[in-house]
Design a protein around this ligand. Sequence first.
Ligand SMILES: [Zn+2]
Length: 78
Amino acid sequence: MAHKRSIFRSEELSGSLGCACFYCQLLIRTDRIINWTDQRNEKGKTDLCPNCRIDLILSNKFPIDDKKYFKEDFKKTF
Ligand SMILES: [Zn+2]
């Protein structure tokens, strides 16, 4: 489930240059992310998409430039 992998991943994201929003399928430079949720959670905060504000940000450890991945995994998640 991509959603579970996207939360509490701020640390992982800050080490990568690119990420993508799983919801709007936008490729985002990591430094464009300026909003977070779960800021009080001890596991770490969760990034919010600057476009749709949904917490489905994936780091570039996932095949984020592969539209097919989005299409197929997206269907399983929603
Ligand atoms: Zn988005």
